[in-house]
Ligand binder design. Structure first.
Ligand SMILES: [Zn+2]
Length: 94
C-alpha cells in the first residue's frame, strides 16, 4: 500500500474540502398543478410539461389510489387556475 510522502496541513485539507458543500436546488413551480419541479423536467405529480400531458399519472395506480389521485389533481389544477401562475418578472421584483 502506498504511503503519503508528507503530511498535509489542516489548512490544505480544508481548502480541498471548500468545494464539497451541497448547492441549493433551483426549483420551478409547475404551472399545471403548482408543485415544485426541476427546470426542463416533466412534472412527476401531474405528468405535464410545457402545457402538454407527457404521461398518464393514473395509469399505474390501483382503482382506489386512482380515485384519490384524480381528486387531488382536480383540486390542485383548480387552485393554480384561481391563483395566477408566478412569472419570472414577479420573482425578480422580490
Ligand atoms: Zn405538475
Amino acid at each position: 500500500m502506498p504511503i503519503p510522502k508528507q503530511r498535509h496541513t489542516s489548512s490544505r485539507r480544508d481548502r480541498r474540502r471548500s468545494h464539497h458543500s451541497l448547492k441549493e436546488l433551483n426549483l420551478n413551480v409547475c404551472p399545471h398543478c403548482g408543485k415544485s419541479v426541476l427546470p426542463h423536467t416533466v412534472c412527476s405529480n401531474c405528468g405535464y410539461y410545457r402545457g402538454r400531458q407527457i404521461f398518464d399519472v393514473l395509469a399505474k395506480l390501483d382503482k382506489k389510489q386512482k380515485k384519490e389521485k384524480a381528486k387531488e389533481l382536480a383540486n390542485q389544477t383548480k387552485e393554480t387556475k384561481e391563483n395566477k401562475p408566478i412569472s419570472l418578472a414577479d420573482l425578480s421584483k422580490k
